[in-house]
Design a binder for this molecule. Structure first.
Ligand code: NAD
Ligand code: UDP
Length: 311
């Protein structure tokens, strides 16, 4: 099958490209490098089954030839990125999703949307099942990302219901691993880079807020299964081990063997208090569960960053 991956030069998009190539598919990657990097794809320079198109997917997407699958992973994803790029984030979630769905419809291709646990906002239900409608501030700074993704889900369901496009929606919970940018700004990359460089670990607020961290290989396996044999309803994919940000800081410093101190910085506006996926649906419909513990995943990620920043 010929697969189009939007956001292919990003952290998750580049891992997905590798996975579809490994399964024997031909892959076209598309990206405008707004938060991604050609470095994430440079290992594919001599891969004849892979080609790349530089394009902003918020503009009409033109691609000749057959396409069997479109996976929409293009969007700034780190809070520091989408707060810096609010209009681009809204556009790629809305216009970009519309363009991607239009292409999928024209090519009779399967479509998969990368949605997010942020559609649950600062959740009042814990852990979060897919049936929870969420608690999002539409006019707060994070609204540009959360509402773009909520719109993207609604658009995907509309194409499914009214145009009978074969669609999937994955709600991704905090994922980490190799190919995150050192300056990506998300908590795992920040803490690891700070610990490796012996700089203070920046905990926002009192660090009692929780997140559930999924290693990238587990996530990619879940997404691949969803693409292959899932249905149109949204599915949570993540890891349901829940940790406070302070616990994460302790784990990272002890793993790196760093003497970094912890400094407290202001908690960003609307920062969710808690987050943990209810994984029952992925477990029953995809026979999928995460396999990699936080300790193991962090160890692999530390090795990656050691090389990436020569620490
Ligand atoms: P990333 O920033 O590393 O990758 C996003 C990629 O999309 C980048 O290469 C960027 O250049 C590209 N892009 C952005 N706007 C574009 C546009 N208009 N046209 C073409 N390319 C564009 O982020 P990531 O962590 O790999 O996230 C990928 C997807 O997964 C995003 O849709 C994100 O919302 C979603 N997601 C990620 C996580 C996570 O924990 N990593 C969690 C929830 C959802
Ligand atoms: N955070 C932190 N220090 C950092 C970066 C993030 O304490 O250097 C906190 C942030 O306030 C949030 C959690 O870590 O509570 C996860 O942040 P991230 O940006 O990784 O993703 P989010 O889940 O908020 O989208």
């Amino acid at each position: 099958m010929r697969i189009l991956i939007l956001g292919a030069a990003g952290f998750l998009g580049s891992h997905l490209v590798d996975r579809f190539l490994r399964e024997g598919h031909t892959v076209v990657g598309m990206d405008n490098f707004i938060t991604g990097s050609p470095t994430n794809l440079e290992h594919l320079a001599n891969e004849s089954a892979f080609s790349f198109v530089e394009h902003d997917v918020s503009q009409f997407i033109d691609l000749d030839g057959p396409v069997g699958g479109v996976l929409h992973f293009a969007s700034p994803a780190s809070p520091i990125d989408y707060l810096k790029l609010p209009i681009q984030t809204l556009k790629v979630g809305s216009l970009g999703t519309h363009n991607a769905l239009g292409l999928a419809k024209a090519k009779s291709a399967r479509f998969l949307l990368a949605s997010t646990s942020e559609v649950y906002g600062d959740p009042a239900v814990h852990p979060q099942p897919e049936s929870y409608w969420g608690h999002v501030n539409p006019v707060g700074p994070r609204g540009v990302y959360d509402e773009a993704k909520r719109f993207a889900e609604a658009m995907t369901m509309a194409y499914h219901r009214y145009h009978e496009v074969d669609t999937r929606i994955v709600r991704i919970f905090n994922t980490y691993g190799p190919r995150m940018r050192p300056a990506d700004g998300r908590v795992v990359s920040n803490f690891i880079v700070q610990a490796l460089q012996g700089r203070p670990i920046t905990v926002y607020g009192d660090g009692s807020q929780t997140r559930s961290f999924c290693f990238v290989d587990d996530l990619i396996e879940g997404i691949f299964r969803l693409f292959e044999r899932g249905g149109a309803d949204p599915v949570n994919i993540g890891n349901d081990g829940e940790f406070t940000v302070r616990e994460l800081a302790e784990k990272v410093t002890s793993l790196v063997g760093s003497r970094s101190s912890v400094v407290t910085e202001a908690l960003p506006e609307d920062d969710p208090r808690q987050r943990r996926p209810d994984l029952s649906l992925a477990n029953t419909t995809l026979d999928w569960r995460p396999q990699i513990t936080l300790d193991e995943g962090l160890a692999r990620t530390v090795e990656y960053f050691r090389q990436a920043i020569h620490a």
